[in-house]
Design a protein around this ligand. Sequence first.
Ligand code: 5GP
Length: 185
Amino acid sequence: MGAPLTPEKVVDRVLISDEEIQNRVRELGREITADHVGRDVRLVTVLRGGLFFLADLCRAVDLPLQVDFMAVSSYLGGRPGVVRITKDLDDPIEGAAVIVVEDIVDTGLTLNYILRMLKGRRPASLEVCALLDKDVRRIVDLPIAYRGFSIPDKFVVGYGLDLQGFYRNLPFVATVRDEALQEVL
Ligand code: 5GP
């Protein structure tokens, strides 16, 4: 494999700027703060994409809270929406006010699976905070309590979202040039 394409060759258009993201994250943090005073707040995210959003969001929440991480992978050739847990949460969530922090919700199948699994562990509450929502692609109906931005059905990179593992560190969310997408397909 050669060197990865530079961001200039991959980015088509900046959809959401660094500043817009940071402003919205602060608003979401304020909403979560107001809604969870006195609760045992647990922000949970799915590696790797979600960790960038979680890192900013948790610092915008003005409450004592804990963070925890899980990782999943889809079964190759398996049924859509059935995922394998490759890293589980470290701590039990029974009785906690759990907020699943997601970078993007697309069909919703992955998140639906994760929510069903976490619900079985009897948290006091289970909510979703998603930065990006590709709502036109939704297959399963999911309650999203906190939503950053609704975006069109375009493949995006940046702020945690990758193309073959790269470009997560871009501070903005951008659509990808067709040529770059074709190279990896
Ligand atoms: P879902 O199960 O909701 O269809 O898929 C969610 C996962 O698909 C996300 O967590 C993310 O990893 C990936 N995904 C969906 N849309 C995009 C996108 O536009 N860009 C990137 N980089 N990943 C995406």
